[in-house]
Design a protein around this ligand. Structure first.
Ligand code: PMP
Length: 366
């Protein structure tokens, strides 16, 4: 007889991601996890090598150097920054600190899947609010009015991903502010801006302004996307002092590895990295969208480093996926998000994008 976990645990489907093998295929091109197109920044690789010599030492549990580097880069108070083992860890810690049996969390139907997994893991009920058609045409966007209306007496956290993964949709600042203003003050708004750097909309606020203006809001960011450090697991949050204090109480004492912190500081110092990555992303995302449309996909407008394409039926999406797999290309099925007719494609480097475009245009096998 096995020991029973908390009742909600066995209803959770494990997160599927990061697949990197196809049986019988030697060269794999992984475009399924929205990783940075250019690999790790050279300054990060050097920093990891240097940090390795001190690997017998515990990391700085306060992440002082990294928080100061983040503060300097983004003009934020380092005392109001918390770092985590990926932003996934911060999501999980927020759930642990603010949720539990008898509480509810709210997210939009196609918001990032980890809110659901981490919320249910600690026994909170997670409400998924249906999205509405995007005003810019194509795809869907979080329905702010419906999310406000869904909040009830047990609601503790509302999660919003902006730009959203997996849809790529971007909400204007005014909509995010309207969500905050429509929620009670005892509800924490988690504004997940994992893809912030890719946004080219000049007025976009990843959350700095809202966190300062409204309180009870945390902005989450990550080094896993534009900074090319998914394997190092570094995320961070910017929040009012009381939220930072809560997270510092529940996190592990050495939750970010020293080599990871060094890598993140190195990545921030790499000259021109973000600019170069964003220019590449905008250019190739456009080319990829054209190729996906030609392949029969309805491409949703994206402000991030990936595109979601709806192929009409689950069978059609499976056929595209199978065709790509025989050529070593791994993209992300959207069945876990309730969109089995869609696939999500990360914008890789130029060679990877071209291989994907060529494969999409190739005749179907069989
Ligand atoms: N939030 C969003 C919206 C994401 O897409 C991801 C990565 N898939 C994460 C958080 C988690 O990122 P990290 O690697 O920092 O844990």
């Amino acid at each position: 007889m096995s020991v029973a976990p908390r009742p909600s645990i066995l209803s959770i489907d494990p997160y599927v991601g990061g697949e990197s093998k196809i049986p019988g295929v030697n060269r794999i091109i992984k475009l399924s996890s929205n990783e940075g197109a250019f690999g790790p920044p050279p300054a990060a690789i050097e920093a990891i090598t240097r940090a390795a010599r001190e690997a017998h030492r515990y990391p700085d549990g306060n992440a002082t150097a990294l928080r100061e580097a983040l503060g300097a880069r983004f003009g934020l108070d380092p005392a109001r920054i918390v770092t985590g083992n990926g932003s996934d860890e911060l999501i999980s810690l927020l759930c642990l600190a603010y949720g539990g049996e008898g509480t509810e969390f709210i997210m939009s139907a196609y918001g990032f899947m980890m809110y659901d997994i981490s919320g249910r893991a600690i026994g909170s009920r997670v409400l998924k609010v249906a999205e509405k058609p995007a005003p810019e045409g194509g795809g869907t966007v979080a329905d702010i009015d419906a999310m406000i209306a869904a909040a009830g007496p047990r609601t503790r956290i509302v999660f919003l991903t902006n730009p959203n993964n997996p849809t790529g949709a971007l909400l204007p600042n005014s909509e995010v502010a309207r969500l905050r203003a429509g929620l009670r003050d005892d509800i924490l708004l988690v504004l997940d801006s994992a893809y912030a750097e890719y946004v080219t909309e000049p007025s976009y606020d990843p959350g700095h302004g809202l966190v300062d203006a409204a309180g009870n809001t945390i902005m989450l960011r990550t080094f896993s996307k534009v900074f090319g450090l998914g394997g190092m697991r570094v995320g961070w949050g910017y929040a009012p002092a009381d939220v930072i204090d809560v997270l510092n109480r529940v996190r592990g004492p050495f939750n970010v590895a020293s080599a990871s912190m060094a890598a993140a500081i190195g990545a921030l110092a790499e000259p021109g990295w973000v600019e170069k990555s964003v220019a590449h992303n905008t250019e190739w995302r456009g080319r990829l969208a054209t190729a996906l449309r030609a392949a029969g996909g309805d491409v949703w407008p994206s402000h991030a480093n990936f595109l979601l394409a709806d192929f009409g039926t689950a069978g059609a999406a499976r056929a595209v996926d199978a065709k790509l797999k025989t050529r070593g290309l791994i993209v992300r099925g959207m069945g876990g998000y309730g969109l089995p007719q869609a696939l999500r494609f990360t914008v890789g480097n130029a060679e990877e994008c071209q291989l994907l475009i060529d494969a999409l245009g190739a005749p179907s096998d069989g």
